[in-house]
Design a binder for this molecule. Structure first.
Ligand SMILES: CSC[C@@H](O)[C@@H](O)C(=O)COP(=O)(O)O
Length: 370
């Protein structure tokens, strides 16, 4: 997508053809800058510190991490070590495991001297595929938006609520949940987005609002607790979110607070859609609540908040009384029964094993789960 008239992806190779450039998302929305990664250790840091974030982008970055590791040492031992270290950076988004498994499987069968080039090639393909997949998600989602707009009698604005950031900055380009929003806006559908601020790290307030604002999409940032009230008053036409891991039975793990939005949507008859690429489906799991590892992050993300002062300095301040403990669960699971539909690159399906099997009859392990 474009920032100040220039088209960006979220990750690309530097002119030297081997270093990896990313947008430093920890600096948004106050500054837009890039960071150059030269080693697997720097890639691991970028993922863990959330310079890059969002499930598909974490996967793509991990793939480049393996390429950088192999460039330094293409041995079996180095490949195994880099795989484990990169996998440990963030536990919940399954795209990371998917991308690391994919690259490892392709290079492990090659001679060490051939591995680096193969890993770079595959990482680049993963990026290109992600762009194509997100574009397709956008097109399928756009049809949903049009249907709801028509059903509601073509209101002056179509109010969409989203949580966290599932936009182009969470993927390689386009985004998942935000892709149909961009397409709706570009096509003249009068879309307006309620942006949940998404405490504690405020990905909605800092990243989704940045994206939508730069693209000219009408939006309003709201505190995380507002959505239920808006739904009760008919001010939300649909909810659309991304996901970090969706089980083979359609349970959806996404940013903490998603579950509460799904409950409120259910109570108010508001459609609740989840947009996802195939790389986010964990075909090995049937029950999301009991089995998905939920990342727990530094409580400091809850007890402190960062922003820009009137004179332009970025400052972090404490917001809790001294001595009050804080806890920081980063994701929750929305059971499939609260999900109106899964919007994938192959189309839309019910959030269920049969729904996913209909779209992905070729999926590995699906049979074993039946
Ligand atoms: C297309 S991104 C889907 C999810 O990764 C997104 O909704 C989300 O929860 C991101 O969490 P984050 O902790 O910012 O990586």
């Amino acid at each position: 997508m474009k920032v100040d008239g220039q088209h960006y992806r979220t990750i690309w190779l530097a002119e030297d053809g081997w270093r990896v450039v990313i947008i430093d998302q920890t600096k948004l929305p106050h500054s837009f800058g890039t960071v150059v990664l030269e080693s697997e250790v720097q890639v691991a840091h970028a993922i863990a510190s959330m310079q890059v974030r969002g499930a598909p982008l974490i996967g793509a970055t991990g793939a480049f991490g393996l390429a950088l590791a192999l460039r330094a040492d293409p041995s079996d031992a180095a490949l195994a070590g880099a795989y484990e270290r990169l996998l440990a950076t963030r536990p919940t988004a399954v795209n990371l495991r998917w991308a690391l498994n994919d690259v490892r499987a392709r290079v492990a069968v090659l001679k060490p001297g051939e591995r680096t080039a193969a890993a770079y090639r595959r990482a680049a393909e993963i990026c290109d595929d992600d762009v194509a997949v997100c574009r397709a998600i956008g097109e399928h989602g756009l049809a949903v938006f049009h249907r709801i707009w028509e059903r509601k009698g073509r209101p002056e604005r179509l109010n969409v609520l989203t949580h966290c950031n599932a936009g182009w900055l969470a993927t390689v380009d386009w985004g998942t949940a935000l892709a149909p929003i961009y397409m709706a806006h570009d096509g003249g559908l009068p879309v307006h987005v309620w942006v949940d601020e998404t405490r504690p790290r405020n990905q909605g307030a800092s990243i989704t609002a940045f994206e939508l604002g730069r693209h000219g999409v009408a939006h309003t940032v709201i505190a995380d607790n507002v959505g239920g009230h808006l739904m009760q008053h008919g001010l939300v036409d649909l909810v659309i979110v991304g996901t970090d891991r969706t089980t083979a039975s359609g349970d959806v793990c996404n940013k903490i607070g998603t579950y509460l939005k799904a409950l409120a949507a259910h109570d108010n008859g508001v459609p609740f859609y989840v947009a996802l690429p195939h790389t986010t489906i964990d075909w090995t799991l049937a029950d999301g609540i009991g089995t998905i590892e939920i990342e727990r992050r530094d409580p400091r993300e809850v007890s402190h908040i960062t922003g820009r002062t009137a004179d332009g300095r970025i400052e972090t301040v404490a917001i809790l009384p001294e001595g009050s403990p804080a806890a920081n669960w980063a994701f929750d699971v929305t059971p499939a029964r609260y999900v109106t539909g899964l919007i994938t690159e192959r189309g839309i399906c019910p959030a269920s094993r049969d729904g996913l099997a209909g779209l992905y009859p070729d999926a590995p392990l699906l049979r074993a789960l039946r």
